[in-house]
Design a protein around this ligand. Structure first.
Ligand code: MIG
Length: 855
């Protein structure tokens, strides 16, 4: 061993309290040989710290407390440990298993011979030398990773007291509830392109968000491990004797067993920079995480409609025919997508001149149909000096370099390719400029973007990605920034779309690779899933986990990308997708055509119905996205988030809440005749979303199903805004009137919101052009009021119909009155079987206060 290894190296620990119940712990070398990587650009700003007070100090022990004394941090010097208490309850302790490690930087061993040829020689030398050398270079199959700066990994353990339910750290094809990893693989966070990924695997795919949530009935906590290098997370849950600070011997004897979850994080490099999110509720955690990394971008409304994708829609005729097919079959859709084959030889930002002779005209055609186009733009650039993008980037030195300082070359779709270095702000700016209408030939403002292959995917590369010793901006090795590559590409792309509109229009960018904070730039999807029932099933926990990690705008390829779904599976997938945030049908090149009308009249009709349900529901969904954007509330929520005290919900992953009002239970079994639905919360009332009848009981119920639809229920106490009908696309629906579904709770009360704006620009932000309304049902009066009076938006669209679910008795008289005192009688019907009351022909303004009195 080199003597260096025994050197005492000083580590510096910094502990901060951050406004809003967040603590931050940073550990770095006090004076490293060279700076270690600190993840930039993920935190939206330098967090506002708060003063901590020293409340106790003795040899080797320091107790810090927050201003309001709600939190206490006990720091012990030897061994180094930190214990975090909230109002006397120990919530977390750090390094209680002593797994803190920090490989300090060392000078390279003088006898190191860092070339593949010399490796044989190296293996001849003494075993010790070899071990030491192993830290400086690593073989992976036929790949040699030269660690020019030596070993630099970091790790630490956290004990979560009283917790045996942990969630988060996407993306894995795994259950909602994170599993014990003591007898298997750790959860890996390393963005990889894994075609045909397996189910129930802890290997990293496409995207990573190093945020873990822990939940118990009275508290939710979070750990955000800000590190973009390859990261492993080990989890072990066990029962231990209750942990109470200072207890008497007698008390100790009566100790109860309580759960404890140990979470160990390990990263290949960087520093330890960890945020402890103290909740105490799940919604507090979401806010705290958003305070650090930002909220979900507000999507343009069209992007919440249905997307039709395929690898590939061949040419202009194909695009037009598919577009016409939707009209012919009366199925709404908003966007048609073009995959890599639309380009001239996989040169992004270009068109195949044979297949797309007049792309501008094609976009004009779509525009007249009030629809959009999304094209793929991947991060690899074909090595071709006659391709201006390549020539310019090469000239400017904008590509990632290999270890010897040459442009890193890898194989991807176009053949030999270089990879833009998006970690460089100058490259991002230049890249964003490529989306300018003048620069991107034949692009129009109906064109939006899809970033694929940005893990980055490198064919024939180690694990199909870039080797870790490639070199980025400021000489950082790829190993440091790996998990940020896709994040940065999407950031630059979104910026480009904003800039091409002079800052006026909201972008839409779908990315495959992502990191913490990607929510600010658009949407993500779960990549290359397979057309099998098990993949439909796993998509639910996968999407719930991504939602928990701040990225509400996510979806899975409807139908399954690889293979050919049987019609029943396709139908079930549409029905599920219609109630998920990002809704896109997509299929692989080898898959058979899959437009929704190709499976017989009956299936077409059912799929049409599912897509229309989606469109009718858009006012609610859009409002949920506004809440995600402004208040960090996830759009798609696992049950425990809404029912934090109900233990029976903690591991439920076959159903979920869309917002706080809808319970959705997709059908994921072939030929299902019934599904078992858990109706959470004994004090809740649930109504069939389509038939309006009240479900008899809370608890678990077998619900009969047909192929017609999947079970959806509205929660009592909520008001859901809908449109009265679907249109050909979202833009066709602007003037369609609203309908409110008012579902009463046990107190005959209900409340809900509606957010409206122009659906595409930033005027809601810059000019406050929006309507944010609230509908409250109380004491037999439904009234409309304003939630945020700072916003104004004029719409002629009216509330046409109101359906009150669970109205106890036949009403005798209903009147509607507006603020100006005008009163009119309302026509109503009452269904004694379901207790649903329908009020018709209301014509009440959406942008005004009014009330409906029922007697
Ligand atoms: O390895 O661009 O996940 O959606 O259709 C295939 C072709 C590359 C992978 C994406 C998929 C897309 C496909 N891409």
């Amino acid at each position: 061993m080199q003597p260096d290894c025994f050197l005492q190296v000083l580590l510096q620990v910094e502990i901060y309290e951050i406004e809003g119940n967040i603590f931050r712990l940073k550990i770095d070398e006090a004076s490293p040989l060279r700076a270690r990587y600190k993840v930039p650009d993920v935190l939206i700003k330098e967090p506002t710290t708060q003063r901590l007070f020293i409340s106790h100090k003795e040899a080797g022990i320091l107790v810090l407390s927050s201003v309001n004394e709600d939190y206490k941090l006990q720091v012990t010097a030897n061994p180094f440990q930190v214990e975090l208490q909230s109002k006397g309850e120990t919530v977390m302790s750090i390094n209680s298993n002593g797994l803190l490690y920090f490989e300090h930087l060392q000078p390279p061993p003088s006898d190191r011979k860092p070339t593949a040829q010399n490796e044989e020689e190296a293996s001849d030398s003494s075993k010790e030398k070899q071990e030491d050398l192993g830290l400086w270079q690593e073989k992976f199959g036929s790949f040699l990773d030269i660690k020019a700066h030596g070993p630099s990994s970091v790790g630490m353990d956290f004990s979560l007291h009283g917790y045996d339910h942990v969630y988060g750290i996407p993306q894995h094809t795994e259950t909602l509830l994170l599993k014990n990893t003591s007898d298997g693989d750790a959860y890996r966070l390393y963005n990889l392109d894994i075609f045909g990924h397996k189910i129930h695997d802890k290997i990293g795919i496409y995207g990573s968000v190093p945020l873990l949530l822990a939940h118990k009935p009275n508290r939710t906590s979070g750990i955000f491990w800000l590190n973009s290098s390859e990261t492993l997370v080990d989890i072990s849950t066990k029962a231990v004797a209750e942990h109470t600070p200072s207890r008497s011997a007698a008390e100790t004897a009566k100790q109860r067993a309580v759960p404890l979850t140990n979470v160990r994080w390990m990263s290949e490099s960087g520093i330890i920079d960890v945020f402890l999110l103290m909740g105490p509720t799940a919604f507090d955690i979401f806010k705290q995480f958003a305070q650090l990394t930002g909220t979900q971008a507000l999507p343009p409304l069209f992007s919440l409609g249905y997307h039709q994708c395929r690898w590939n829609y061949e040419d202009e005729q194909d695009v037009k025919a598919v577009d016409a097919g939707f009209d012919a079959h009366d199925i709404p859709y908003d966007v048609i997508w073009l995959d890599i084959e639309h380009t001239d030889g996989k040169r992004y930002f270009t068109w195949d001149k044979q297949k797309f002779q007049n792309p501008r005209k094609m976009q004009e055609h779509l525009r007249k149909k009030k629809r959009k186009l999304v094209v793929i733009v991947d991060p690899h650039i074909k090595v071709d000096p006659s391709y201006p993008l390549y020539a310019q980037a090469k000239d400017k030195g904008y590509f990632v370099k290999d270890r010897s300082g040459q442009d890193f070359e890898g194989i991807c779709w176009p053949g030999s390719s270089c990879y833009l270095d998006f970690t460089n702000p100058e490259v991002r700016k230049w890249y964003a400029d490529q989306f300018a209408f003048k620069t991107y030939k034949a692009s129009t403002n109906t064109l939006f973007v899809w970033n694929d292959m940005n893990e980055p995917s490198v064919f024939k590369g180690a694990e199909l990605t870039m080797q870790k010793d490639a070199v980025h901006y400021n000489n950082w090795e790829h190993r440091e920034v790996h998990n940020l590559y896709g994040f940065y590409q999407q950031m630059a792309t979104a910026e480009g779309l904003i800039r091409r509109s002079s800052g006026k229009e909201r972008p839409f960018v779908l990315t495959r690779s992502f990191f913490a904070g990607s929510q600010k730039y658009g949407a993500v999807w779960t990549g290359d899933n397979t057309a099998e029932w098990s993949y439909l099933k796993i998509s639910i926990p996968m999407l719930l986990t991504i939602n928990m990690a701040g990225i509400s705008f996510c979806g899975a390829d409807v139908g399954g990308f690889i293979g050919d779904p049987e019609p029943e599976l396709l139908v079930r997938w549409y029905q599920a997708g219609a109630y998920q945030p990002f809704f896109r049908g997509h299929s692989n090149m080898e898959s058979k055509r899959r437009e929704p009308w190709l499976f017989g009249e009956k299936n077409t009709q059912i799929i049409r119905k599912a897509i229309r349900e989606r469109y009718v529901l858009l006012p609610y969904l859009y409002t949920l996205f506004y809440r995600a954007h402004t208040a960090a509330e996830p759009v798609m929520r696992s049950l425990w988030i809404e029912f934090p005290e109900k233990m029976e919900t903690f591991d439920v992953e076959n159903e979920y809440m869309l917002g706080n009002a809808l319970l959705v239970h997709p059908v994921t079994e072939k030929e299902a005749k019934t599904v078992t639905v858990l109706f959470p919360g004994s004090e809740e009332i649930w109504y069939d979303f389509r038939k309006f009848k009240r479900m008899e009981d809370a608890g678990t119920m077998k619900i009969p199903v047909t192929l017609e639809n999947i079970p959806v229920f509205q929660r009592g106490g909520t008001v859901i805004p809908l449109k009265t009908a679907a249109g050909k696309s979202t833009e066709w629906m602007i003037d369609i009137s609203y309908e409110l579904h008012v579902a009463l709770d046990t107190e005959a009360y209900a409340i809900g919101e509606l957010y409206v704006d122009d659906g595409h620009s930033f005027q809601y932000l810059h000019k406050k052009q929006f309507l944010y309304r609230k509908f409250t049902f109380h004491k037999n009066i439904l009234f409309s009021s304003c939630v945020d009076a700072s916003g104004q938006y004029h719409t002629t669209c009216v509330v046409e119909r109101v359906i009150v679910l669970g109205f106890g008795k036949q009403p005798t008289f209903v009147t509607a009155s507006s603020k100006d005192g005008k009163k009119k009688e309302v026509v109503f019907t009452y269904d004694t079987k379901t207790s649903a009351m329908t009020l018709e022909n209301l014509a009440l303004s959406v942008d005004a206060d009014w009330e409906i009195c029922i007697s």
